[in-house]
Design a binder for this molecule. Structure first.
Ligand code: B12
Length: 212
């Protein structure tokens, strides 16, 4: 079995000790943080998602895997952040109200930080009011929202409306993402941008701010 397969299996089982050891072995063997993320960690979560949909696993198993993935990401995080020092822009990011999924949001945040953006992370279950309050306080260039549930996607629209009501919609670019979110939905709610994954989130954000 390759390092990635062994790592994916450890994440699937929720075995933190084995997953951390395998992350380190993969790094020692010369794999990049990006490869470990894509071929080990994300591959495992994709598999968990499919099995969850089929009713083969349940929430506690998903939670264990999610925690395992988070622990491995802590090891990889500094490797994504080497290099850049000058900020490309300030980004306020959060998972919308009612939604507790934060793995994808954290990945986006981590990749953007690695690419040179200053990230202010509001965490999960962030209400439209909180997004507005923080936007007024820190004056970000971009407000980035994540939603993983179709039932919480409307909170993205509500947040954009709340920014409008507060008179600050024109001062920021709004970017959205998350598994159920689409480009079409972004148009519908008049967000400025959508990205399907953490890598394209970086290039879309650069595009929004006119950075090539
Ligand atoms: C892990 C997980 C959980 C964990 C979350 C742990 C955590 N700390 O995040 C726990 C167990 C808590 C959980 C709970 C629930 N979950 Co859940 N969960 C998942 C699972 C398996 C993986 C999600 C994940 O982390 N993927 C990996 C990351 C890397 O991918 P991602 O989030 O999509 O992020 C990428 C992109 O979308 C994008 N992106 C994400 N955010 C943003 C933001 C911006 C600005 C941009 C540009 C891009 C971007 O970039 C990311 C990186 O590439 C998915 C299934 C799946 N495969 O998606 C179900 C899933 C999302 N969950 C689901 C459900 C139903 C639930 C529960 C309601 C279950 C229940 N009955 O209790 C609860 C809801 C809790 C709540 N209120 O939020 C459904 C949602 C169905 C829907 N469309 O509405 C899914 C799809 C499973 C399924 N097939 O049914 N879940």
């Amino acid at each position: 079995m390759s390092h990635f397969e062994t790592l994916a299996e450890a994440v699937t089982k929720g075995d933190i000790t084995a997953a951390l050891a395998e992350t380190q072995s993969a790094l020692d063997a010369g794999s990049t943080a990006q490869e470990i993320l894509d071929k080990g960690l994300i591959a495992a979560m994709d598999d968990m998602g499919k099995r969850f949909s089929k009713g083969q696993i349940f929430v506690p198993q998903m939670l264990r895997s999610a925690k395992t993935m988070k622990e491995c990401m802590k090891v990889l995080e500094p490797l994504f952040q080497e290099g850049d020092v000058i900020s490309k822009g300030k980004v306020l990011i959060g998972t919308v109200k009612g939604d507790l999924h934060d793995i994808g949001k954290n990945l986006v945040s981590m990749m953007m930080e690695g690419a040179g953006f200053t990230m202010i992370d509001l965490g999960v279950d962030v209400s439209p009011e909180k997004f507005v309050e923080k936007t007024q306080e820190v004056e970000p260039d971009i407000v980035a929202m994540s939603a993983l549930l179709s039932t919480t996607m409307p909170s993205m629209r509500k947040t954009i409306e709340a920014l409008e009501t507060a008179g600050i919609r024109q001062k920021v670019k709004v970017m959205i993402g998350g598994a159920p979110v689409t480009e079409r939905y972004a148009h519908q709610i008049e967000a400025d941008s959508y990205a399907s994954d953490a890598g394209s989130a970086v290039s879309k954000a650069e595009g929004l701010l006119g950075i090539s």
